[in-house]
Write a protein that binds this ligand. Structure first.
Ligand code: SR1
Length: 325
């Protein structure tokens, strides 16, 4: 470990141990989030210990305890169930370990919360749906309760529906597991078959959207359906822009940037520097039309065209390199 020139202690010496403890590791979003966290850690000569998530709350809780025993300086907790994490996160704080939470509400004033402005994300997606389809249509909705970002997006969906009584939710479905897209596809297939008048699906997680698209293709109804989602990856861009795709818009951050911001937030705390309690990475609306017009094929190409996809001004300091992608 060589440390970072001009950085405050302990980053001047390097080798600061930080743990990244995830609830979910499968899927494009979470892999890119981890890659971004690793890139930021490398730039700060941090020894990042990654604990992979398997949607197992008991295991994640155990991993927080393991990280405490490893003597890390900070822990980034990425998703998870607040009820199984609150007390162990407090144990970490009591030992002087800094904690940052991404997309899990730990309701602790000592724990900064990173999020992607989920209300704005859902609002932008639904405004685009109304722009494309008017304010009277039958909708399908992919949702699983208990995940902070999905719950926040759901608040916006509920408000949007109450303000637009002719937008009718005909079916609700969704699964979060290690095969979210295919499991959601099975449910979407049943829901879309039972409700042939559905023309719009709000699927605010890219794995959900991928599942709905699979179902629409299997049923041969892709032409009459429009899917609005959250998140983006290189694979998503390909699925959105391909000929005849029903996936017409997504609202997204670069998940690698969010991973980098989470590590920066942890590093700033370890260095004793101030942070706001709420750390937000702003999402951008990406329509099928705009992606096709820009000829963008990968998330790297997107990062070259959309400044918010290459870096974020959240949780920065002069000594932290933030041009990573
Ligand atoms: C199961 S929660 C999935 C969401 O977490 C992140 O906020 C991503 O945006 C994804 O949509």
């Amino acid at each position: 470990a060589g440390g970072v020139n001009g950085a405050p202690a302990p980053f001047d010496k390097g080798g600061v141990k930080i743990a990244l403890i995830s609830y979910i590791s499968a899927g494009d979003f979470f892999q890119a989030y981890q890659a971004g966290a690793e890139a930021q850690a490398k730039s700060l000569d941090i020894d990042l210990r990654v604990f992979p998530g398997r949607q197992d709350a008991a295991q994640q809780r155990e991993q927080v305890l393991q990280a405490i025993n490893l003597g890390v300086s900070a822990i980034v907790i990425d998703h998870g169930l607040p009820e199984s994490l609150g007390d162990v996160a407090q144990q970490a704080l009591d030992k002087g370990i800094k904690v940052v939470a991404f997309d899990v509400n730990l309701n602790n004033p000592k724990i900064p919360q990173v999020e992607q402005s989920d209300h704005e994300l859902a609002r932008l997606a639904l405004e685009q749906a109304a722009k494309d389809n008017g304010k009277s249509f039958e909708a399908g909705y992919a949702y699983v309760a208990g995940f902070a970002p999905l719950d926040r997006r759901n608040e916006v969906w509920e408000k949007f529906r109450s303000e637009n009584p002719d937008i009718v939710e005909k079916a609700r479905f969704g699964v979060v597991n290690d095969t979210t897209a295919t499991s959601t596809a099975d449910q979407a297939k049943a829901a879309l078959s039972a409700n042939p008048d559905i023309t719009v699906v709000f699927a605010p997680y890219d794995e959900f959207a991928r599942g709905v698209k699979l179902a629409a293709n299997d049923l041969g109804i892709a032409k009459k359906l429009k899917i609005y989602s959250a998140d983006v990856s290189t694979a998503d861009i390909q699925e959105i822009t391909e000929e005849g795709s029903p996936w017409v818009a997504t609202v997204a951050t670069n998940p690698a940037v969010v991973g980098a911001v989470s590590v920066r937030a942890a590093a700033l705390q370890v260095a004793g520097q101030d942070l706001p309690h709420q750390i937000t990475v702003k999402p951008t609306l990406l329509t099928q039309e705009s992606l096709r017009a820009a000829g963008v094929k990968t998330i790297e190409e997107l990062a070259q065209k959309v400044p918010d996809f290459s870096t974020s001004d959240a949780a920065t300091a002069s000594w932290i390199p933030d041009k990573l992608f």
